[in-house]
Write a protein that binds this ligand. Structure first.
Ligand code: FAD
Length: 452
């Protein structure tokens, strides 16, 4: 008789947990996964998926305007929040079902409930004990709201997709990609939108040109950017609206405040401290190259272990971990050149080093840039512009950074990421024939450097 009930017990059926559970089961392991909220985790329920659907929804308002110059005589299009909210909820519950079926069909035992670790080989869910040779913690992250008076009145990305009513006036607090995306969503859907960020420019870590360019584009969409702005307290007024007080003594009256001020590792009540599992200062779980914690039988991956917090990274880690268990070789993950998109309007797509990162690490770079009005808007009259940028290592001619702000930047940069992974040089880009007429062809026709 086997010593343990399961070979692997996964805590959390999010991006990483589901992939690890299915892969491990397909290798013949006896696998259980516990989930206490929703199948598919953050990405499916309150992250990537609903966010992208809402971005689509918010783009229609401009599309209706743009269409007029193309001869479409539309008028009187009205946005109906309950339709979007409820159709989104329907789609998410369809996806929840798919995830559950995927697990069931892989032979994984699905346990609904909150899990905690009782000892290095024992997990408890709702008072029932399960034993496992290995335990994998894939519990993701949770929105963080700073301790300010009135924090109980604010929303986070967990609640925003299911709001009862759509607000007329919104303040989004934060400077990361989630804050910028939600400001775009609210503005596109018709809310009077403000964004508060405590530093001088949002999207820290992205290329400086991209950040400046997005700032200007976002302002064109009517979003009021409040940089170097610090919310001090939030007061609920009798009419139900919120009065936001800032450090400078001014105030802003809105209907909704959305905090997108970062996420913390979701480890509360897991029993990690009792097992002596080492955490980093920021609360994320410390793991080695094979996703193993300092406790031999306990592993962790995905957002709960820290940056980069992206679904494809959690998926890649899950696959690398199961492969490591199968082969005994070190889990192979290349964290370089991870492409990413920000679904603000227009989108950002980026892969590789920013110009600043390259210069700071002592690389001598040649920079190519192209900024233009996209073809669609030559007729529509929309003032939105596109920016494309290549960062090239001057000594090797290798392209080490590709950045874009413009329609479908995420789609375009995915292909660029393959080129970077393959070690493409600027000469390779130059020798590639463009697809005409597209915006993407600019990437293979940038001839004159703007700086080195
Ligand atoms: C608003 C928003 C937008 C995003 N947009 C993107 C995007 O466009 N692209 C992208 O790549 N990434 C995006 N992300 C990030 C992405 O969602 C995460 O990187 C990804 O979900 C991480 O997967 P994970 O498996 O580590 O954790 P999660 O997907 O968070 O899964 C963790 C699961 O564990 C469960 N759980 C936690 N504790 C317990 C417990 N004790 N017992 C049982 N179950 C438990 C949770 O309920 C959850 O289902 C976004 C995130 C947010 C918040």
């Amino acid at each position: 008789m086997a010593e343990y009930e399961f070979d692997l017990f996964v805590i959390g059926a999010g991006s990483g947990g589901v992939r690890a559970a299915r892969m491990a089961a397909s290798q013949g392991m006896r696998v259980a996964v516990a989930e206490d909220r929703y199948m598919g985790g953050t990405c499916v329920n309150v992250g990537c998926v609903p966010k992208k659907l809402f971005v689509y929804a918010s783009g229609y308002s401009e599309n209706f305007d743009d269409a007029r110059a193309y001869g479409w005589k539309n008028s009187g299009a009205n946005f109906d929040w309950p339709t979007l909210r409820d159709n989104n909820a329907k789609e998410i519950s369809r996806l929840n079902g798919i995830y559950r079926n995927l697990l069931n069909n892989s032979g994984v035992t699905v346990i609904d409930g909150r899990a905690s670790i009782a000892d290095p080989h024992r997990v408890v869910v709702d008072g029932r004990d399960y034993t496992a040779e290995r335990i994998l913690v894939a519990t993701g992250g949770w929105p963080f709201i700073p301790e300010i008076p009135g924090r109980e009145f604010v929303l986070t990305s967990n609640e925003v997709f299911s709001m009862e009513a759509f607000p007329k006036r919104v303040l989004v607090v934060g400077g990361g990609y989630i804050a910028v995306e939600f400001a775009g969503i609210f503005a596109g859907l018709g809310a009077d939108t403000h964004l508060s960020y405590r530093r001088d420019l949002f999207l820290r870590g992205f290329d400086r040109d991209i950040r400046n360019f997005v700032r200007d584009e976002v302002v064109k969409k009517g979003i009021d950017l409040k940089f170097n702005h610090q919310v001090k307290a939030i007061e609920k007024l009798q009419d139900g609206s919120l009065l936001v007080h800032d450090e400078d003594g001014s105030s802003l009256n809105v209907d909704t405040v959305l905090y997108a001020t970062g996420r913390k590792a979701n480890t509360v009540g897991l029993g990690l401290e009792q097992q002596g599992v080492v955490l980093h200062k920021d609360g994320t779980i410390s793991v080695d190259d094979n996703f193993r914690t300092n406790v031999h039988s306990i592993y962790a991956l995905g957002d709960v272990t820290g940056e980069p917090q992206l679904t494809p990274v959690a998926l890649a880690e899950a696959m690398a971990l199961v492969k490591h268990w199968r082969t005994g070789n070190t889990a192979e993950i290349d964290y370089n050149n991870i492409p990413t998109a920000v679904f603000c309007q227009p989108n950002i797509g980026t892969v590789g080093l920013s110009e600043e990162e390259a210069r700071d690490s002592g690389i001598s770079v040649t920079v190519f840039k192209s900024e233009f009005r996209p073809m669609r808007h030559t007729v529509s009259g929309n003032t939105e512009r596109t920016l494309m940028k290549l960062v090239v290592d001057s000594s090797t001619d290798k392209v080490i950074g590709v950045h874009m702000v413009g329609d479908d930047a995420g789609e375009i940069i995915q292909g660029m990421a393959i080129a970077l992974k393959a070690g493409a040089t600027k000469k390779t880009f130059d020798e590639t024939i463009g697809i005409h007429p597209t915006a993407a062809e600019e990437f293979v026709t940038m001839r004159a450097p703007v700086g080195s």
